[in-house]
Design a protein around this ligand. Structure first.
Ligand code: ADE
Length: 357
């Protein structure tokens, strides 16, 4: 599997990592080796997303029978749910190589042209954050996806000539946290579009037990479930937490992760029993205490808590929405009644309530 790294994401990672080293679902460059070492390679070892797995198995079997590459696929959903992992499993099952890149690394026309021209027949090209592809790159991609050729121009103004360069048949797998931001023409060129769902606690406990096995970490069933409950439905977070809890178990106990060791360690890491961290709680408390529960605009929230809008929208919000702690309204974000009680507020009226923290 070849990895094409993305300088921008590294800088972004460095910036954010110091703030939130453990529990956010963004993909950091420093975690890539760890993630690659535990990535499942087959549908049998890939846990969760069972409906999607079943459809993909049929699609793959049909493509193999026809001896044709797979249709282009688009995966969307919150970060950390296994979009890249799934692309790797598909490549493995199709028995083809995969090139992995992300849209911010394809800024100049020559970036996308270079990668397209390097593809071999049947190869998979995985583009992460595909909603961030610029217009020029998109225009280059259209004929490549549709009819497998590149339109190149040579010469200047009057003498300009268009050259049609054929490409081998390849499969594009696009991944995005924001399907709505994909342009219509690009979205329409994907034959298969799938949404990845948050994982159940039981599925995450299996992911955790599997990872612990690979890392030689001793863990009980209850210990795995305790970590799972605070992993925000996200395997990437679960896998990071296993490592942190394992450090704690080793230093403070005998190395084994039991339910009480997991809970003690996660309490110290300030991850509550919804899996929320300080950033999430600050965001929710801000809406409650300064804006009477909302609605309040996302830019105002971002400025007040010192996070960027993209991080809030892509990383914090999907789970807060799924957990029913906030709601999106046309006038901004609003917290739900469940949020007040989770954070220990006595009632919904800010004028009377007191935070119990
Ligand atoms: N690690 C990350 N995602 C996983 C998954 N879906 N199954 C098993 N291990 C994983």
């Amino acid at each position: 599997m070849s990895i094409i790294s993305d300088d921008n994401s590294f800088k972004q990672a460095q910036k954010t990592e110091t703030k939130n080293p453990v529990i956010k679902a963004e993909s950091f460059e420093s975690d890539k080796n760890f993630e690659n070492s535990i990535r499942p390679k087959s549908f049998d070892t890939y846990i969760g997303q069972s409906a999607l797995k079943e459809t993909l198995k049929i699609t793959i079997a049909a493509a193999k029978k026809r001896e044709l590459p797979l249709d282009h696929l688009l995966f969307y959903g919150p970060p950390g749910l296994g979009k890249t992992t799934l692309a790797g499993v598909i490549a493995e099952q199709m028995n083809v190589p995969i090139k992995i890149t992300s849209a911010p690394a394809l800024e100049r026309p020559r970036d996308i042209i270079g990668i397209l021209m390097s593809l071999k027949g049947g190869e998979i090209l995985f583009i992460d954050e595909i909603h961030r592809l610029n217009k020029v790159a998109e225009e280059i991609l259209y004929p490549a996806m549709e009819d497998f050729y590149l339109d190149m121009t040579t010469g200047k103004s009057q003498t300009v000539k268009t050259l049609r360069v054929p490409l081998p048949k390849f499969t594009l797998i696009g991944a995005t946290t924001k399907a709505g931001e994909l342009s219509g023409p690009l979205r329409d060129r994907f034959g298969i579009v799938h949404r990845l769902e948050f994982y159940t606690d039981e599925e995450l406990a299996k992911v955790i037990t599997r990872t612990a096995g690979i890392l030689d970490i001793e863990i009980t069933e209850e210990g795995a479930l305790a970590i799972a409950r605070r992993s925000r439905g996200t395997p990437r977070i679960a896998n990071r937490l296993v490592k942190r809890v394992s450090d704690f178990a080793l230093v403070k106990h005998d190395g084994k992760i039991t339910e009480s060791v997991a809970n003690e360690s996660l309490d110290i890491l300030k991850i509550d029993n919804y899996g929320l961290d300080n950033t999430d709680r600050n965001l929710l408390k801000l809406i409650i205490e300064k804006y009477n529960g909302g609605p309040v605009g996302i830019e105002t929230i971002a400025a007040a808590i010192g996070e960027d809008v993209r991080t809030i929208e892509d990383v914090c919000e999907p789970f807060l929405l799924q957990a029913g702690l906030i709601q999106r309204t046309p006038r901004g974000r609003k917290v739900s009644p469940a949020c007040y009680s989770h954070l220990g507020y006595r009632n919904i009226d800010i004028n009377e309530q007191k935070s119990l923290f």
